[in-house]
Design a protein around this ligand. Structure first.
Ligand SMILES: NC(=O)c1ccc[n+]([C@@H]2O[C@H](COP(=O)([O-])OP(=O)(O)OC[C@H]3O[C@@H](n4cnc5c(N)ncnc54)[C@H](O)[C@@H]3O)[C@@H](O)[C@H]2O)c1
Ligand SMILES: O=C(O)C(=O)C[C@@H](O)[C@H](O)[C@H](O)COP(=O)(O)O
Ligand SMILES: [Zn+2]
Length: 362
């Protein structure tokens, strides 16, 4: 069992990583919440696997429980699901003494966190992430959001959880594609950090190694993310580094309408941004190859889809939250473990990305 403490201006909370933790989720939650009503928000894949166990353990620890289920998938990060959940919380008479527990992947965590943030102007929130991506990234740091047709995560809040309970055993039921996509965010973190973390991902030469190394990979990723979030909770500066690979990645994910999972789109974004900066002479070309090798070793995609057009890509980038004034800030590396940022005027964007979009249709 390991615990990482995250302290921000808003809150100080523990992230506990422990195999089998789900079996004592009730007593673990009772250490931070007094007995109350808990709305467990889950999805149609995770609910049938884990909701009953979580419900029983919470009831045994003195909580009253309502389970609310949303359809699995990115399309649930939407206004209709927010409204449905808010109505359900109200119908169940949740008060400001009660709480929301997210049981699922990043979709459930982002959605449930947003609902917890706005219901009654904010009620208690706990994260029990069950996908690799959620265990290494989305459950920590307080970004909650839903999507708009114009862009990913365009409506949301910074709303830190009271506790994050990570049970790596839940990864044993995760379909292989979902395990691999979560690894995209791990490579992002390891490339930003370098050192022992980068050495660890170099040992992952096939998908099976992700599960075998899950505990240290989760620990390294969360320890890094916690440091960044504690230094810059609201993304005024260095938190933008966590968006490495996301400018192109979010655009590809949005354009694909479900074709790519988040971590897959990030993998494409990481390699393509590296190629972009290498073409500008700002990043060694070998770094792009190193990222490509780490990602393709587990079968992640790294190429821009051939049917993506330059016009569509540019359109999908227009709502990136790293646009300040008339410029878009890109994250890149000068070496493994040496991240940097570079602002490009929006008027120059089409020319700027031409080195990687050249083969695409206009
Ligand atoms: N808030 C943040 O800081 C942050 C960080 C990274 C990503 N995100 C967001 O997270 C989302 C992606 O999260 P994700 O990749 O976890 O997707 P997801 O939540 O859709 O989960 C992936 C799939 O795995 C299933 N699943 C989850 N856990 C399972 C388990 N233990 N066993 C069987 N099936 C399981 C889900 O039902 C789903 O079908 C995106 O919306 C992305 O924007 C947010
Ligand atoms: O926590 C962060 O900060 C991140 O940027 C982590 C990202 O991996 C994650 O995809 C996040 O949701 C992106 O946020 P956004 O602000 O670019 O929508
Ligand atoms: Zn991400």
């Amino acid at each position: 069992m390991t615990t990482i403490q995250v302290t921000t201006a808003a809150k100080s909370y523990a992230v506990t990583i422990e195999a089998g933790l789900l079996a004592r989720v009730g007593t673990a939650l009772a250490q931070v919440w007094t007995p109350c009503q808990v709305a467990v928000i889950t999805d149609t894949n995770v609910g049938p696997l884990y909701a009953q166990q979580v419900r029983d353990r919470l009831i045994a620890a003195g909580f009253r429980v309502t389970v609310l289920t949303v359809p699995a998938g990115e399309s649930s990060k939407s206004w209709p699901q927010v409204m449905r959940l808010i109505d359900a919380l109200s119908a169940a008479h949740l008060t400001r003494s009660d709480g929301v527990l997210a049981l699922g992947g990043g979709v459930v965590g982002d959605l449930a966190g947003f609902v917890a943030a706005i219901y009654l102007r904010g009620i208690a929130f706990a994260q029990v992430p069950t996908s690799l991506l959620a265990q290494v990234d989305s459950s920590v740091g307080g970004k909650t959001a839903i999507d708009l047709p114009t862009g990913k995560n365009l409506v949301g809040s910074f709303y830190q959880p009271d506790v994050v309970l990570i049970d790596p055993h839940t990864l044993t039921t995760l379909p292989p594609r979902m395990l691999v996509e979560g690894y995209g965010e791990i490579v992002k973190c390891a490339a930003l950090v370098g050192g022992d973390f980068w050495a660890l991902v170099q040992q992952v030469t096939q998908p099976a190694a992700i599960l075998a190394q899950a505990a240290p990979l989760i620990h390294q990723s969360i320890a890094f993310k916690a440091r960044v979030v504690m230094a810059d909770e609201k993304e005024g500066g260095q938190r933008q580094l966590l968006n490495f690979g996301h400018t192109l990645g979010h655009a590809v994910e949005l354009w694909g309408h479900g074709r790519y999972m988040h971590g897959e789109a990030v993998a494409i974004g990481l390699v393509q941004v590296a190629r972009l900066f290498a073409a500008q002479g700002m990043m060694p070309a070998a770094l792009a190859d190193q990222l490509r090798d780490r990602l393709t070793a587990v079968g992640l995609p790294v190429a821009l889809p051939a049917d993506l057009t330059v016009t569509a890509l540019l359109a999908a980038m227009q709502h990136d939250k790293k646009i300040h004034g008339q410029a878009l800030t890109w994250v890149y590396l000068t070496a493994i473990g040496q991240p940097a940022m570079h602002a490009v005027p929006l008027t120059d964007l089409a020319t700027w990305i031409a080195p990687v979009t050249g083969p695409l249709q206009p």
